[in-house]
Design a protein around this ligand. Structure first.
Ligand code: DQA
Length: 161
């Protein structure tokens, strides 16, 4: 199973930007933690960060036929990007939206997410631990999908009378 982690604009500045909100951890450190958990759980993981909306759309499209799940923090684009929302909807890959801060407890313009309705769920407000929770949730989604596929295969294998 492969999960692609997509990080939006300014997340490459973690550890430097607004530490009172986002904490001192750097993006590389968050990714190293995720990688550790992924290895234990037999999940292949790829990381991608871009400050450009179109590059994020391209990356989501590239996941088609390549990834089983997407974990995405679209950062500021969460609140504005119909293009990212449409890309997630188009690929039909289980996607989890992540935020470090609790967007619902912040300025009004951050309280709306354009992508939330096309995601399996949203994890927001647990600091860098939000990403870990997203990996755990993705593992759960994957095992539910596998259990469903196994049940379907078993049903099809039953000889018809
Ligand atoms: C963020 C929240 C967004 O509102 C903000 O623009 C970010 C980070 C978060 O992870 O808390 O860049 O997505």
């Amino acid at each position: 199973m492969k999960v692609v982690v997509i990080q939006g604009p300014n997340l490459n500045m973690l550890g430097v930007r607004e530490q009172n909100i986002y904490g001192p951890m750097k993006l590389e450190d968050i990714h190293a933690q995720m990688e550790g958990y992924a290895k234990q759980s037999n999940i292949e993981v790829e990381f991608f960060q871009s400050n450009l909306e179109g590059e994020i759309v391209d990356k989501i499209q590239e996941c088609l036929g390549d990834a089983n799940g997407i974990i995405i923090n679209p950062a500021a684009y969460s609140h504005t990007s119909i293009a990212i929302r449409d890309a997630i909807k188009a690929v039909q890959i289980p996607t989890i939206e992540v935020h470090i801060s609790n967007i619902h407890a912040r300025e009004e313009f951050r309280q709306t997410s354009m992508v939330a309705p096309v995601c399996a769920g949203q994890i927001s407000g647990f600091g860098p631990f939000s990403y870990h929770l997203a990996m755990v949730a993705m593992g759960q989604i994957m095992s539910e999908i596998k259990a469903m596929q196994d049940a379907q295969a078993k049903q099809q294998a039953v000889p018809q009378e």
